[in-house]
Design a protein around this ligand. Structure first.
Ligand code: CO8
Length: 257
């Protein structure tokens, strides 16, 4: 692959956006490669997927402006639809996903981070949707995901002014989960992935699936999905093991069955 790398260790997948000279700007090649990797590893049983950018300057400084410069409206529609599709693949990925953000996460880069379940920020992280300054609007889901994370009023303020938000403010607003002040943000993502991976694998997957699939639906269908998955848990060995371990005052050994 040309614009990103994928590796996995200890059941955790790592995607590194790899166009550091262009601050990891998202071009068609990168989006296609991202779609390819996400599809290939969807059924691989990873316990988590961590996304980061190569170099210290950027997670991703947005969609590639040079590529978009001469787009027709039709090209823009296709690029937006393609990006939205890839980000949906990411948001619905069966395992927890973590964006480890150093430096700029702007425009499409911020949208990519927000398509992950968790965003961990280094103290240098900068988030924003500056598209309006280029005369365009977010096109990879930002109008929807930013509003969900920070509320309508703040999302409009950020998108209409195009102002950047530093790490601490990003946490206060709910764009990021926390600022990693000690050590490396990718290591912190690995630690978070490890804390999740100690738990029942099916329960982890189903919690995410129920939250994701219920988004935007009415409360009654969300409750129905929760009930159905809660019941499913009781057909697993891990439910028996988890509850027996509690009663026997020992640590559970989950098998994912
Ligand atoms: N696209 C292409 N190249 C970029 C991008 C980008 N988004 N961002 C940075 N680069 C390139 C620069 O052109 C430069 O290349 P070169 O060295 O060849 O001149 C290199 O990266 C380094 O950048 P700078 O020299 O600008 O570095 P600075 O430290 O001076 O500035 C900034 C860093 C502030 C991040 C600055 O680069 C910047 O403002 N970048 C653009 C940020 C932006 O506006 N992002 C939003 C883009 S639009 C978008 O994401 C829409 C998504 C949905 C699209 C759907 C469409 C159909």
């Amino acid at each position: 692959m040309e614009a990103l790398t994928f590796e996995h260790t200890d059941g955790i997948g790592f995607i590194t956006l790899n166009r550091p000279k262009a601050l990891n700007a998202l071009n068609s090649t990168m989006l296609n490669e991202l779609a390819h990797v996400l599809s290939e590893v969807r059924g691989a049983g990873l316990s988590a997927l961590i996304l980061t950018g190569s170099g210290d300057r950027a997670f991703a400084a947005g969609a590639d402006i040079a590529e978009m410069l001469d787009f027709s409206a039709q090209d823009a529609e296709a690029f937006s639809a393609g990006g939205q599709g890839v980000f949906e693949l990411l948001e619905s990925f069966p395992a927890p996903t973590i964006a480890a953000v150093k430096g700029f996460a702007l425009g499409g880069g911020c949208e990519l981070a927000m398509a992950c379940d968790f965003v961990l920020a280094s103290p240098t992280a900068v988030f924003g949707q500056p598209e309006v300054k280029l005369g365009v609007i977010p096109g990879f889901g930002g109008t929807q995901r930013l509003a969900r994370r920070v509320g309508r009023q703040r999302a409009l303020e950020l998108m209409l002014t195009g102002r950047n938000v530093k790490a601490e403010e990003a946490v206060a607003l709910g764009i990021a989960l926390e600022v990693v002040t000690e050590g490396d943000v990718v290591e912190a993502a690995r630690t978070l992935a490890g804390r999740i991976a100690r738990n029942g694998p099916a329960a982890v997957r189903w919690i995410k699936a129920v939250v994701h699939e219920s988004e935007g639906k009415d409360a009654a269908s969300g409750m129905a999905a929760e009930r159905a998955h809660f019941a499913l848990c009781f057909s697993t060995n891990d439910q028996k093991e988890g509850m027996a371990a509690f009663i026997e005052k020992r640590r559970a050994t989950f098998t994912g069955l």
